[in-house]
Design a protein around this ligand. Structure first.
Ligand code: GMT
Length: 375
């Protein structure tokens, strides 16, 4: 198939899923055309089947806000026509689904029919999408898509709850490349971070409010009072400065390292014992899956799609959002006993294998075929 993929080219979860999916499809022989305003973060173009089409935005003094959606729709029209695409797959509803709708209407005037598939990732529904500013457009463009997927059953349910949706939504879970995300021996690195064998806790995110990064620090401070430990904070965003201050206020600044944005996340996960994800909202929790693939169990909140990934008492524990006390108590329980921790680590990997890219990729391919046939 010739597939167009539209996504945010950033480190965010939806961009990562779209890029990894595109690369895997290209490896499977499909021609994959990325249409974005920058080359996606994890995209290397060393494949004859991968193509990148930049959306260039002209700036005119008249525009306080350059109309990106129009530039994107025009680029989609151009790529579909000249590359003869079979399907357009847009990731994250805003503004990709509505731009695709516009492109589809324009293409009709050239006598071209292009099926559009929208994948909902999370905040495009739970946070931004249901904001009154965008809600009618999001609902309309979901209903007008030829196919819609959601990354968890919970996100699918939320979409029906928040919007007036009159069509089917297919659940296709996030996936993991187990070749890349695997436990790698990194003893020298581990020794540098925890010279006396302290347990290593880790959090990776974009440090937005929704991630409750201050809870991460508070949980760690409680754990650290009972179990010799270190915390690695990976990523960057608006909450980082407050988190750094909180570390000082709680007296744990020397035990916490802020590593900023990192490419080789699997290296950091390989030396970690426990992943913390106390999010306020999380449609799936790709970062937790990446940790589990590297044999790192998870303490998370029980919101959104997290219970579809993290299994209570097996791969970790889930507590109510904001229950810092409960999360810390369960973390201490896991970290205090070597054998118990080892069992959780094995279970985490076994669960991650259920989301292997090799299992999820055929679901997308089959869905593309079905939508192309039925549209
Ligand atoms: O988590 C983020 O802030 C990034 C966000 C995105 O849209 O890029 O991630 C969302 O999509 C990921 C991939 O499908 C999911 O695994 C994340 O759970 C989801 N984030 C939220 O729902 C907050």
């Amino acid at each position: 198939m010739k597939i167009g993929i539209v996504c945010y080219p950033t480190f965010g979860g939806s961009g990562v899923v779209a890029t990894e999916l595109g690369k895997a499809l290209a490896d499977n022989g499909h021609h994959v055309h990325f249409i974005t305003y920058n080359q996606p973060a994890r995209l290397d173009l060393f494949s004859e089947n991968l193509f990148y089409h930049e959306v260039a935005i002209s700036k005119y003094p008249l525009f306080d806000y350059p109309p990106y959606e129009l530039a994107l729709a025009s680029r989609m029209v151009d790529v579909v026509r000249h590359e003869q695409l079979d399907v357009l797959h847009v990731h994250y509803a805003i503004p990709h689904a509505s731009a695709a709708f516009m492109a589809k209407q324009i293409l009709k005037t050239y006598g071209i029919h292009i099926p559009v598939i929208t994948t909902l990732h999370g905040t495009d529904i739970t946070l931004v999408g249901k904001d009154r500013t965008y809600k009618p457009v999001v609902a309309f463009s979901i209903n007008q898509s030829d196919g819609v997927t959601a990354v968890s059953q919970h996100l699918k349910d939320d979409t029906y709850r928040f919007f007036d949706i009159n069509r089917d939504i297919e659940v296709i879970y996030n996936f993991i490349d187990l070749k890349r995300f695997a436990l790698k021996p990194r003893d020298h690195f581990k020794k540098a971070i925890s010279p006396n064998g302290e347990r290593i806790l880790v959090h990776t995110s974009n440090f937005r409010k929704v991630k409750r990064t201050e809870d991460v620090v508070r949980i760690f401070a409680k754990v650290n009072a009972e179990v010799p430990s270190r915390l690695l904070m990976v990523g960057d965003g608006q909450e980082r400065t407050d988190c750094e201050q909180l570390c000082r206020d709680l007296g744990v600044a020397d035990q916490v390292r802020f590593l900023g944005k990192q490419d080789a996340i699997e290296e950091i996960l390989s030396i970690s014992d426990l992943f913390l994800m106390p999010s306020q909202s999380e449609s799936f929790g790709l970062a937790a899956l990446e940790a589990m693939a590297c044999k790192v169990p998870v303490i998370s909140s029980n919101v959104g799609g997290l219970p579809e990934l993290n299994v209570e008492g097996q791969t970790g524990f889930l507590r109510d959002c904001g229950d810092v006390e409960g999360m810390a108590e369960r973390a201490i329980y896991m970290l205090q006993d070597d054998d118990r921790l080892a069992t959780f680590k094995e279970n985490a990997l076994a669960r991650a294998k259920e989301f292997d890219l090799a299992l999820i990729l055929p679901k997308y391919e089959e869905y593309y075929r079905r939508v192309i046939e039925e549209s």
